[in-house]
Ligand binder design. Structure first.
Ligand code: GDP
Length: 359
């Protein structure tokens, strides 16, 4: 499955957040190289629609979609030159499908900031610089080969020219993700470049920032078009210690939050990976299935079982809202709200589906 790699400078709250993500009680040490082996945290994608579906279909259980985060430790200045845990860091990032950078905006005199002060744009630049330098190394190695291939075969020219263009963007200090419109990222795929990956930013904030709309907007703009998530990692960890709803609500309220930040993080992670869900429901389970954005009905059926894709006949589709409004599948059918879709149908978010397939 697709994963987001969590990166960030030391002491920004990565371990604290990751522990909250996994509910593992790994020691969150105030120490740059605290986490060396990458770990995976698989979190449910919150989806209130499943609860509703389970009610309508009297489902025994709810199976949400999930989002996977990998803790990638050890970015330091000079990572691209193999300093510190640099090489391992870069190898781990290469395996992730998207990059989730945690940025410290909380104030705490007891927690040392590696660069001495809170400065989100400088933190972003530090990480970007290491990734850009690593990509430039990869390109510098590949360009002579691509040039030779372009000389011997005309159809290889676009790949070479595209790589040259990518180098120019990187030389100007920009990531390829931020310059998607200027390069063909598909043509770059064989090079496994790092800055092509989609980015997501998590601002680890305290109440001051969480409740300051202007500040949040400013930070959101700073990272746009990437998604921005605001949370307080320490509070996220505390929330998981609580077992009654009342205390959860009180703690959220005291931090100026209406829901746990991990919910927003799971949604943003899912979105950044280019994923969406569709829903199925019956007496056994109400379930969200993960598909790439833009997937067709047969591809969506294939996520349940590869036979469903091969033997796809049609999909019986009702939108979640229509289903809830009518109250049952039978009522939705009677009201003409259930559509029969064929193999070219592109799945929409919130589709509740039953597949017809032959075997
Ligand atoms: P990492 O090096 O990025 O993994 O950072 P850690 O998760 O180990 O956090 C470093 C220190 O900052 C620890 O002492 C945490 O308790 C503290 N910390 C993490 N998140 C927050 C936060 O949101 N607010 C405050 N005040 N402290 C935090």
């Amino acid at each position: 499955s697709l994963t987001l790699g969590i990166v960030g400078l030391p002491n920004v709250g990565k371990s604290t957040l990751f522990n909250a993500l996994t509910r593992n009680d790994v020691l969150a040490a105030n120490y740059p190289f605290a986490t060396i082996e990458p770990n995976v945290g698989v979190v449910p994608l919150p989806d209130a629609r499943l609860t509703k579906l389970a009610e309508i279909f009297h489902s025994e259980k709810i199976v949400p979609a999930t989002v996977s985060f990998v803790d990638i430790a050890g970015i330091v200045k000079g990572a691209s030159e193999g300093a510190g845990l640099g090489n391992k860091f870069l190898a781990n990032i290469r395996e992730a499908n998207a990059i989730c950078q945690v940025i410290r905006v909380f104030d705490d005199p007891d927690v040392v900031h590696v660069d001495g002060r809170i400065d989100p744009s400088s933190d972003i630049e530090t990480i970007n610089t290491e990734l850009i330098l690593a990509d430039l190394q990869t390109l510098d190695k590949a360009l002579p080969r691509l040039e030779k291939e372009a000389r011997t075969k005309k159809e290889n020219r676009p790949a070479f020219e595209n790589a040259q263009q990518a180098k120019e963007i990187l030389d100007s200090g920009r990531t390829l993700f931020s310059a998607q419109k200027e390069v063909d990222t598909d043509l770059l795929r064989e090079l496994s470049l790092l800055t092509v990956k989609p980015f997501l930013y998590v601002f680890n904030a305290d109440e001051g920032v969480l409740t300051d709309d202007a500040r949040r907007e400013e930070l959101t703009k700073l990272v746009a078009p990437a998604d921005a998530v605001f949370l307080d990692a320490k509070i996220e960890a505390e929330l998981l210690e609580l077992d009654d709803e009342e205390s959860v609500r009180e703690l959220l309220e005291s931090a100026g939050q209406t829901e746990p930040g991990l919910y927003a993080l799971a949604r943003a992670g899912f979105h950044t990976l280019g994923l969406q869900t569709y829903l199925t429901a019956g007496p056994k389970e109400a379930r969200a299935w993960t598909i790439p954005q833009g997937a067709t009905a047969p591809q969506a059926a294939g996520v349940i079982h590869s036979d469903f894709e091969r033997g796809f006949i049609k999909a019986e589709v009702v939108s979640f809202d229509d289903l809830v409004a009518t109250g049952s599948m039978a009522a939705a059918r009677a009201a003409g709200k259930v559509r029969m879709e064929g193999k070219d149908y592109v799945m929409a978010d919130g589709d509740v589906v039953e597949f017809r397939h032959g075997s």
